[in-house]
Ligand binder design. Structure first.
Ligand SMILES: [Zn+2]
Length: 319
């Protein structure tokens, strides 16, 4: 996990927050987009991973054209298109963009890509949340207002459970896992090339952001990782939502941490401890190596507490 990746994630959220006005996230300036470089890594066969600012992009590049999974931020769309062209494999455009979820650091490029002729595909709830906007957050200290997206950002093709894109000789399959990082996450499989893009159900920046306010939950994230891991070949190459190319051992270590930390918070809840007590007693100290710039121990205690108790923050009414 590099410093750059963590900074990128924080910046991504800060940008989302700045665009949306109100924020409790650090007030950082918008990145200088002209300085962002798109790094392209060959993962396997005709599958590439693109890193710039925001979430990782997977690309299937071949004779039928290009399919990308996620599209980072709008100001980077031209650089992303140029980086794909630079591979000199095809002159054909990006025909399809699959969004792993609705967050701006993954779907922020939807408008320029759709205007350039790409067809946007995502799970039903991605379109719904882009259309309405709302609040993203962990039900506590992480909170961002999300503005409704313009029409060109909305996926044209949506699905409830799964969809398959047959291109470049591969059956590229997006499979929805409910209520993990958000309520609209998909994991995308490239079976011929033995690659998977996990979206933000699996990240490498430490404790994950679980968007409890957008229907996410720690239990859903654990279920998604266990179900996905069970059906994947042992040597599959794993593209995380953020961070370096990974393997199933990395996913298992992450899943174990989620299970152990949520069990620790559940135990504290069973003992009728309050959120403040859990923070004071530093109940996640044994997992401190997972704390990051974005989600520290206290923020992850909040996340787990709110996920396990169904506390979404903004919906709480005091009658
Ligand atoms: Zn996300």
């Amino acid at each position: 996990m590099s410093k750059q990746i963590r900074t990128g994630m924080v910046l991504a959220l800060a940008v989302a927050a700045l665009v949306c006005g109100q924020t409790v996230v650090a007030q950082q300036k918008e990145p200088d987009w002209s300085k962002v470089q798109i790094k392209v890594t060959k993962v396997s066969g005709n599958i590439y991973m693109l890193e710039g600012q925001g979430g990782n992009i997977a690309a299937s590049v071949g004779e039928d054209g290009i399919v990308i999974v996620d599209d980072q931020f709008a100001p980077l769309a031209e650089k992303i298109q140029a980086a794909l062209k630079e591979l000199k494999i095809t002159d054909k455009p990006v025909r399809f963009v699959i969004n792993t979820h609705y967050h701006g650091d993954h779907a922020g490029g939807n408008v320029p890509f759709s205007k350039a002729g790409s067809t946007l595909i995502a799970q039903d709830n991605v379109r719904r949340r882009l259309e309405t906007g709302g609040t993203a957050g962990n039900g506590g200290s992480i909170k961002m207002d999300v503005k409704p997206a313009e029409k060109a950002a909305l996926p044209i093709i949506t699905f409830e459970h799964d969809v398959t894109v047959h291109l470049n000789g591969e059956d590229i399959r997006a499979l929805h896992f409910p209520s993990g990082h958000t309520d609209g996450d998909s994991i995308i499989f490239f079976p011929k090339n033995n690659v998977v893009h996990m979206g933000d159900d699996f990240v490498r920046y430490g404790f994950p952001f679980i968007d409890v306010a957008s229907g996410g939950s720690v239990q859903g994230m654990i279920d998604a990782m266990e179900k996905a891991t069970a059906q994947l070949p042992a040597d599959v190459k794993v593209i995380p939502g953020h961070g370096a190319l990974s393997n199933l051992d990395d996913v298992r270590a992450f899943t174990n941490m989620l299970k152990e930390t949520s069990a620790a918070v559940q135990k504290a809840l069973d003992e009728h401890k309050t959120l403040d007590q859990m923070k004071q007693e530093k109940i996640l100290a044994p997992w401190a190596k997972w704390k990051g710039d974005f989600v520290n121990e206290d923020a992850f205690i909040e996340t787990l507490h709110n996920s396990l108790t169904g506390h979404k923050g903004e919906f709480v009414k005091h009658n």
